[in-house]
Design a protein around this ligand. Structure first.
Ligand code: ATP
Ligand code: MG
Length: 421
């Protein structure tokens, strides 16, 4: 972004939201609400809508300061539903005004592009879109006039109409105003936050479940979190890591809740009753049952996990099915067919990688066997269930669950929280 460019408006484009037909306004409203929230520290900024785009500008269309540009650009990295955005100059639909804006705002930028290119001649292109057919210049004429103006900035410039040009100038002519810009930034894409029902994500400290949570957020779903630990068999650092992951993920959606269950007491009871090779599956069946209970109380319509076929023993098709049969609620597994490398790349992109890579013991591995069953027969699992008092296991797990606001670090028992809401 060039600091001297006098930007006074940002246009945000979306593609999938544009396909929404009669419901489109609802999706647009979610984007506008989200942007208003993220930009509330810039009270002069307004968020509006023109012709299938979201716009951000000051009420009087005055120029953004460099700090305002940075704040807006950063905010747009955390908004779903927007595919790309551009910082623009908004000027009058008048050829002299357009030429003056191009000269004043892009001359220096073109010259610095020319300076950067060594050993070949720098190239440029002009792209004009004319939405106002009454404008006295045709698209072609406008392109020629602006092309001559830009070439006058440096004698070295050559035309390259492809998107490989070193400098691109876009000019969109509307009836009452014209927008001029030179760069398009890619945004998150997906669907706006809050445009679908909320879910509860089973969040562990690994690479997968944070990425799975992000994948669901990207589809317009608010995500609350539930994690299990086995303190003091797992260190408190395991929970601290989950809090950090939650805070990073919440940047994409606002302050959602983190439920934390100390699973140790429940695990010990399972251990006493269950043959060791099947323990992990039983742990997970009870974990999912507690998750189902919390989801019902918290208004979450599905669970999310970071499971991916074949990654570990509990993630064989047979065992995923053994886990699912414990509950009725829908379980979403957005990474089910994803490769680890791709998951880790996404983790880098969303800033969870560096937190996840610090190894901490997971509660699933406490008292677990060295060779867990990868194909446990369902009848054996059901027989295991009959040896236990499932309801009391869930009650114990629930009574050992707290809810944390990761912004304030305030922590209260889940039972008190649900009584108060
Ligand atoms: P991850 O990288 O997400 O930790 P993983 O490859 O380690 O996953 P598992 O340990 O089998 O695989 O866990 C599979 C999924 O079960 C996780 O992605 C997560 O959704 C859930 N899960 C596992 N352990 C926990 C935990 N301690 N608390 C909450 N959810 C968990
Ligand atoms: Mg794990």
């Amino acid at each position: 972004m060039h600091p001297l460019s006098n930007y006074n408006i940002v246009i945000c484009r979306y593609s999938e939201v544009a396909l929404k037909g009669k419901n489109r306004w609802r999706f647009e409203k979610c984007i506008i609400d989200r942007l208003n929230l993220l930009l509330n520290m810039l009270p002069e900024m307004t968020v509006g809508k023109i012709r299938g785009r979201i716009i951000i500008h000051k009420q009087d269309f005055s120029t953004f300061s460099e700090k305002e540009c940075k704040t807006v650009k950063n905010a747009l990295n955390y908004v779903f539903g927007i595919d790309s955005f551009s910082f623009c100059i908004r000027t009058d639909t008048d050829m002299e005004a357009i030429k003056a804006a191009v000269y004043n705002c892009f001359n220096i930028k073109v010259l610095s592009t020319v300076d950067e290119i060594k050993n070949r001649l720098p190239t440029f292109r002009i792209r004009v879109k004319r939405n106002n057919k009454n404008f006295s210049y045709s698209t072609r004429e406008t392109e020629i006039i602006l092309g001559e103006l830009v070439s006058s900035f440096s004698k070295d410039l050559r035309v390259d109409l492809s998107d490989k040009a070193d400098f691109s100038l876009f000019c969109e002519v509307y009836k009452n105003f014209t927008l001029i810009y030179s760069e398009k930034y890619m945004a998150q894409g997906g669907l706006p936050s809050g445009s679908n029902q909320p879910v509860l994500s089973l969040l562990s400290g690994g690479f997968d479940s944070p990425v799975a949570s992000y994948s669901m957020m990207r589809r317009g779903v608010f995500v609350d979190f539930l994690t299990f630990h086995s303190y003091p068999f797992t260190p408190m650092e395991t929970v601290e890591k989950i809090k950090r992951l939650t805070a990073v993920l919440n940047k994409f959606q606002g302050n959602r809740k983190l439920f934390v269950c100390n699973f140790l007491e429940t695990q010990k009871t399972i251990c006493e009753k269950i043959f060791e090779n099947f323990r992990t599956i039983h742990y997970r069946r009870i974990m999912f049952r507690l998750a189902e209970k919390i989801a019902a109380l918290n208004g979450n319509k599905a669970l999310v996990t970071g499971e991916s076929v074949g990654q570990v023993a509990s993630q064989t098709i047979a065992n995923l099915s053994n886990i699912d049969s414990a509950i009725e609620i829908l379980v979403l597994r957005p990474l089910i067919s994803e490769d680890k490398i791709k998951i880790m790349n996404t983790a880098k992109k969303i800033d969870t990688f560096d937190i996840s890579k610090v190894q901490t013991p997971d509660s699933c591995t406490v008292f677990s066997p060295s060779n867990p069953s990868t194909n446990a027969p369902k009848n054996m699992i059901l027989a295991g269930d009959r040896k236990m008092d499932i309801k009391s296991l869930i009650d114990t797990a629930y009574s050992n669950t707290t809810v944390i606001d990761v912004n304030t670090n305030e922590e209260i028992p889940a039972a008190d929280y649900f009584q108060s809401v």
